[in-house]
Design a protein around this ligand. Structure first.
Ligand code: UDP
Length: 487
């Protein structure tokens, strides 16, 4: 007999406050709720406004998904009011304050746990204290990373075996040992803190997160088993914990409404965007977007513009720059003279936030130039779209190799240097390389092979979350286990 005061298993979801972590965890909570549990998302006020409409729609459909608020400690850490998400930060100093704020969320979070007594906690690994809270309250803590088992395996091997110490220069290629595939890297492609051993709030946080991961009940991953079977096993063995692949979680956004309003207010009219795409041939448009955190200097943006124009391909390009003043409207330094007029009907620029999942799912989209953030990569794979990999920072250089060398569903643009905050006057990838990669992906025989593999993988991704699919079964198993534990 159920010993709980209510009938449904109640799970708390605590997402890290960055779109690349929050959006998949919101989707995950919704996915869990569809399987009959009560899901409560813990969010700060500004972050809650980004997803509350989606949650309201789910509630109207009868799902038990709720948001509980905890205040963001803006004054305590010295961040301006309203800055509660990593996508709003513009400097390393602000980033450090954001991590500090995440530490301060522990007490208000614990107060909520005491009030509601959920039976399980799914928390982002970047809240290492979540394991202590779960232990104190006698409930299992599941860890969630924004990324997949492949990148986690690469990260573990790199940090334990340190193969980058055996090379003499930053450009010398080395093999990451102990992995199921031969993955090569250079020191320039590694995060600053690994390369120079510098310490920051973030590095200490990552260390603590890795410790909390091995003491957690297990890890839930936004991925599907067939995408990375050997890495799923490798990672689980390395941390000595069970892992559950329950994705791609973005597939819980089934209708256009859900796909359009995912995560932020979009900066275009979705009908205009869809009408534009409807007028194009299947597989003819390249979608270009670099996630929610990336910054490019004006000179690099100019290079992208020229590379796209010279490729001769049609494109939608998302630029994280909004026109603020009249002057900026008249003259945008990052755009070549007359660019938009010349490419009218051929190129579509979205300044700000795009409905990414909606766009990727359109049949006119035949390629995705991505920074290889895990969500973007997975969303591209799920839509069966081939990728141009342009990694920038975080674990994106690892993910690039998964795309180009392991799955072979894309080509690299030739990015060589890990960089979170780019220099204003430096061009990291030249227009010729951008043009070459785009043409290689969109046109010719090699492109056809890549497209075939991408399409097949997209089909497998969709099957994984359907009844009887691998992710569906993983989730059934996990929920049964949690149910047993909680009685
Ligand atoms: N995204 C979006 N519209 C945009 C930019 C990003 O919908 O204009 C979404 C994208 O679909 C993905 C997430 O934001 O789900 C970004 O996560 P990712 O891991 O790709 O990159 P990050 O932003 O963490 O670098």
């Amino acid at each position: 007999m159920d010993s709980r005061p209510h009938n449904k298993l109640h799970i708390y979801f605590l997402p890290m406050i960055a779109q690349g972590h929050m959006l998949p965890m919101v989707d995950m909570a919704r996915l869990f709720a569809r399987r009959g549990i009560k899901a409560t998302l813990i969010l700060t006020p500004v972050n809650a406004t980004l997803v509350s409409k989606t949650i309201d729609r789910d509630r109207e459909l009868g799902l038990e998904t709720t948001i509980r608020l905890i205040n963001f400690p803006s004054a305590e850490v010295g961040l301006p009011e309203g800055i509660e998400n990593q996508s709003s930060i513009t400097s390393p100093e602000m980033s450090e304050k954001m991590y500090k704020a995440m530490e301060l969320l522990q007490q208000p979070f614990e107060n909520l746990i005491e009030e509601e007594s959920p039976e399980c906690l799914v928390a982002d690994v970047l809240f290492p204290w979540a394991s202590d809270v779960a232990t104190k309250h006698g409930i299992p803590r599941l860890a969630f990373h924004g990324t997949g088992a492949y990148a986690l395996s690469v990260h573990r091997e790199l940090s334990q075996r340190k193969p980058y110490k055996n090379v003499v220069s930053d450009s010398e290629v080395f093999v990451v040992p102990g992995l199921p595939n031969k993955i090569t890297m250079t020191r320039r492609q590694l995060p600053d803190h690994i390369r120079d051993g510098t310490e920051s709030h973030l590095t200490k946080l990552i260390e603590k997160a890795m410790e909390a991961e091995v003491t957690s009940y297990g890890v839930v991953i936004n991925s599907f088993h067939e995408l990375e079977p050997a890495y799923s096993e490798h990672y689980s063995k390395t941390i000595g914990r069970k892992v559950w692949h329950v994705g791609p979680v973005s597939l819980c956004n089934r209708d256009n409404e859900d796909k359009t309003h995912r995560g932020s207010t979009i900066s275009i009219n979705e009908h205009e965007c869809l009408t534009w795409l409807d007028s194009k041939e299947p597989n003819s448009v390249l979608y270009v977007c670099f996630g929610s955190l990336s910054y490019f200097s004006n000179v690099q943006l100019l290079e992208i513009a020229m590379g796209l124009e010279n490729s001769g391909q049609e494109f939608i390009w998302v630029v994280r720059k909004e026109k603020k003043t009249k002057e900026e409207e008249d003259r945008e330094e990052w755009l070549p003279e007359g660019f938009e007029k010349r490419l009218e009907g051929k190129g579509f620029i979205i300044r700000g936030w795009a409905p990414q999942v909606l766009i990727l799912d359109h049949e006119a989209v035949g390629g995705f130039m991505t920074h290889c953030g895990w969500n973007s990569m997975l969303e591209g794979v799920t839509a069966g779209v081939p990728l141009v990999a342009w990694p920038l920072f975080a674990e994106q250089f690892y993910n690039e190799k998964l795309v180009t060398d392991v799955l072979r569903v894309g080509v690299g643009v030739g990015a060589q240097e890990w960089c979170r905050w780019p220099e204003e006057s430096k061009v990291y990838v030249k227009r010729e390389d951008i043009e070459k990669a785009v043409v290689q992906l969109m046109v010719g025989e090699e492109a056809e092979g890549i497209r075939r593999r991408a399409r097949a993988l997209g089909e497998t991704a969709k099957k994984a979350v359907e009844k009887g699919g691998s992710s569906y079964n993983y989730l059934s198993g996990l929920l049964e286990e949690l149910e047993l534990n909680s009685n």
